[in-house]
Design a protein around this ligand. Structure first.
Ligand code: GFB
Length: 351
């Protein structure tokens, strides 16, 4: 009563894999999938991990992104709104079934709430599941198969108003067909202002180059896989989904200082008025080294660790240099592509 029930049904999922860049890849896939099978996508909270805290933290979707622009593409609703309104009628506690491809472990169920971030994510809205549904052999590639029809036949919205996935109904890295959906992802006013104010107040007038240095210990370890993995994390954005442009290289994953300096010099030649380099990093910003090498420029970082503001500022640089293997870089690249802004990647193409 008084609740607007959408006859097409809903998709819910937990962004339970990886950190922000991974979750953003998955989000675009889930959005494309929701459109493909014509169900409203419930915008999940982002899952974050804070140093020293055992449980993940859930951040409402619209803290970082606007809802409105997404509606231009497809029907979406914030998870909080969905749980407060529609769910009361169409998804009461006794009807909450979790969806997964096959059973997780030996459990015979999706085990959708076991472990972190699985439990904390659903607990944010006090969601418990009464049973599991295994959707094998259905999948999410709505572009190259009749799978969308199969989803609607097997799970008609009249009988299954809500499909709640234990993990994102999407592939990683993001499918080529879904990359363009990034244009509907617009930073919230909060992030927008922080980024714009910083650019206006803390960067000198003139052009600036934005660079992403992914170099923390987890990355050192990730790059150790390079010799054995022709495709690694987001490397398809450079080397192709099937390594068509060659196997991912050590240098592209972890560029040397020389590669970094040379690349910046090369990019600078394309501009007459570069005044600064904006450095984003998860670990070592190389501020001193860069200042020593580029004496005429200001080398600047954001004064605190704020990944989303870093992303937004990188998105607005005059040229962006990113890391082929990182989904954090991939986010910036897609955002810039949507606006026609130029980007390049460390050590790609290989010399
Ligand atoms: O975003 P993300 O999935 O990208 O995870 P990758 C990396 C996280 O590290 C970001 C922080 O979400 C940030 O929290 N981070 C990375 C940064 N670069 C920056 C930066 O420039 N500035 C700030 N402030 N923070 C994958 C992981 O990371 O790496 C996978 O998602 C796995 O789970 C793999 O661990 C090794 O694709 O780079």
């Amino acid at each position: 009563a008084g609740v607007n029930i959408h006859e097409n049904g809903y998709i819910l999922y937990c962004p339970c894999m990886g950190r922000f860049g991974n979750q953003a890849d998955h989000f675009l896939g889930a959005l494309g999938f929701a459109k493909g099978i014509n169900r409203t996508l419930v915008l999940p909270h982002w899952v974050e991990y804070r140093f020293g805290e055992i449980k993940s933290i859930q951040v409402p979707f619209d803290i970082y992104f606007e809802v409105e622009p997404l509606l231009e593409y497809h029907d979406v609703v914030l998870m909080e709104d969905f749980m407060q309104n529609e769910a009361k009628e169409i998804w009461p506690p006794e009807k909450r079934i979790s969806f997964c491809y096959v059973a997780r472990g030996e459990s015979g169920s999706c085990n959708a709430k076991e472990g972190n971030p699985f439990g904390p994510f659903w607990d944010t809205f006090e969601i418990d599941f009464v049973s599991s549904e295994f959707y094998e052999p259905l999948h999410y590639d709505v572009y190259h198969s009749k799978v969308a029809e199969q989803w609607r036949e097997k799970y008609p919205p009249s009988k299954w108003p809500v499909l709640a996935f234990a993990g994102a109904p999407a592939s990683f890295p993001v499918q080529k067909e879904n990359k363009g959906l990034h244009k509907y992802l617009k930073w919230s006013a909060t992030i927008d202002h922080l980024a714009n104010n910083f650019i206006r107040e803390s960067l000198p007038r003139g052009s600036f180059i934005g660079i992403h240095l992914r170099n923390g210990v987890d990355w050192v370890r990730a790059c150790e896989h390079v010799p054995r993995s022709p495709v690694l994390f987001s490397s398809p954005q450079c080397f192709g989904y099937r390594a068509e442009y060659g196997p991912v290289t050590k240098e592209a994953c972890f560029p040397t200082k020389d590669i970094i300096y040379k690349h910046i010099r090369r990019v600078m030649r394309g501009f007459s008025d570069v005044k600064s380099i904006y450095v984003a990093s998860d670990n070592h910003h190389m501020l001193e080294e860069l200042q020593e090498t580029f004496k005429q420029l200001q080398i600047i970082r954001y004064p605190e660790n704020n990944p989303h503001v870093d992303l937004a500022i990188l998105g607005r640089s005059n040229h962006f240099i990113g890391n082929c293997v990182s989904s954090f870089s991939a986010f910036v690249k897609r955002e810039r592509d949507a606006s026609g802004f130029p980007s390049s990647f460390w050590a790609f193409p290989p010399e």
